[in-house]
Design a protein around this ligand. Structure first.
Ligand SMILES: [Mg+2]
Length: 122
């Protein structure tokens, strides 16, 4: 299973990477912004799961999600949004943009594993 982590914070990428490794079975790619992530995917990187931060310099996680959902070759990839904003309207706009799930920081290993498995349908 291949996962792409997109987050401008190296610390957060490390936490998410560690959380995926705790579940096990993931080969992990990282990008430090959405443009870089999108470039990798359009360049042929094949992943089973994308974990994307909301707030980043440049393209936001929301715009990234809309772009993925609008690209036929990439549109089916499960996307889990990771953000510190738990407001209902934010969750709603993420869902409207097409994320499979939404995770609020800080998350517990249990919640993380549960949401990732649900997004992957495993
Ligand atoms: Mg950020």
């Amino acid at each position: 299973m291949k996962a792409l982590i997109i987050d401008d914070s190296a610390t957060m990428r490390k936490i998410v990477r560690g959380s995926l490794e705790a579940i096990g079975g993931f080969e992990i790619e990282e990008a430090e912004n959405c443009d870089e992530g999108l470039k990798k995917l359009l360049g042929g990187l094949v992943v089973n799961l994308i974990l994307v931060d909301w707030n980043m310099p440049g393209m936001t996680g929301i715009d990234f999600t809309k772009s993925i959902r609008g690209t036929p070759a990439l549109s089916k990839i499960p996307i889990v949004m990771i953000t510190s904003n738990a407001e209902k309207e934010h969750v709603l706009s993420a869902v409207m943009a097409g994320v499979n799930d939404y995770m609020v920081k800080p998350f517990t290993p249990d919640v993380f594993a549960q949401k990732i498995k649900k997004a992957l349908g495993i």
